[in-house]
Design a protein around this ligand. Sequence first.
Ligand SMILES: NC(=O)c1ccc[n+]([C@@H]2O[C@H](COP(=O)([O-])OP(=O)(O)OC[C@H]3O[C@@H](n4cnc5c(N)ncnc54)[C@H](O)[C@@H]3O)[C@@H](O)[C@H]2O)c1
Length: 331
Amino acid sequence: MKQILVSGGFGFIGSHLVERLLAEGHQVHVVDNLVSNPIPYSDLIAELPNTHLLTCDIADIEWYGSHTHLFPYQEFDEIYHLASPVGPAGILPHAGKITRQVIEGAYAVMNLAYRRGAKLVFVSTSEIYGGGIDGLCSESMSRVIQADVTVRLEYAAAKLAAEISLINTCRVRDQYAVIIRPFNVAGPRQSGKGGFVLPRFIQQAMAGEPLTVFGNGTQVRAFTHVRDIVDGLLLAMEKGRNCEAYNLGNPANKLRILDLANQVLDVIQPGGTTVFMDGKSIYGPLYAEANDKYPDASKAITELGWKPQIGVKATIEDVHQYMTRDERVME
Ligand SMILES: NC(=O)c1ccc[n+]([C@@H]2O[C@H](COP(=O)([O-])OP(=O)(O)OC[C@H]3O[C@@H](n4cnc5c(N)ncnc54)[C@H](O)[C@@H]3O)[C@@H](O)[C@H]2O)c1
């Protein structure tokens, strides 16, 4: 049994990761400030039993860790760092503060992992590519900082700066860390509140409403089921090379947002309609669409042995089934 810390472990991806780690028999410690947990805290406690929860900002982890009975100088074998503002709409209230939150969180986790001798998996984002080359994003490509300053750019630039400081830190001291860049994660428990498109489409289809497609719907994405992402996180911890970054995104799921809308309609509301609109009309003037992006996942596939398996239709069906029996994410 390993002692494992998951920051942001009560979030969408984190809760699936914690579930897997618990099922594998590990002792799991979660640090989460509960700012964007997708389902209520009391339900998470019930669904993730035997998890040690420390409710605080990740930047304050060392202070809280040593001043509360919940976290008495715990040794960790592994740390997964997921705590961060996230989502095209979820990041907007943090405009101007994302840089500090992401960087302070990253330094706190880096130093915690170093002091406790733990392996670290740092969850970054595919946004750092700024769209790659015509949407294709590979680890070997340059990262592009765009001219247009948006909240989305602040999120991407902060994650990229955190990645770079982590790599350089691991090069100059005896520390082991691996970086993961997920692409459009989807699955049960994801809330529409962060502005994620799949929960919104499914909610609208279930209500018999037209699906709101932003722009002209030609944006390219590759949705990846959260269970495949969790597989990748575990493999990265086990087999990832120190200071290396790995894309986790399912290239087989590459599609346009309009195709996603049509697939949702096929599954839930055959004959239903779509309506085109500007995302700013829903989320306000700070909202910005991501560039086209889809992964070159060959590095994770060959080096980690990652095998993303769940297709778009199965992901839609899985989320639909979850939302049908669970109204907590329907707010
Ligand atoms: N969901 C995606 O499609 C996606 C894509 C790429 C990268 N990511 C990354 O994956 C990670 C998890 O994303 P998610 O979709 O599960 O988001 P989420 O909002 O569901 O989960 C994040 C969790 O972290 C907590 N949190 C946020 N800031 C914190 C802080 N400063 N201190 C302590 N806890 C904090 C929140 O309360 C929440 O429970 C994030 O780092 C995000 O950048 C997500």
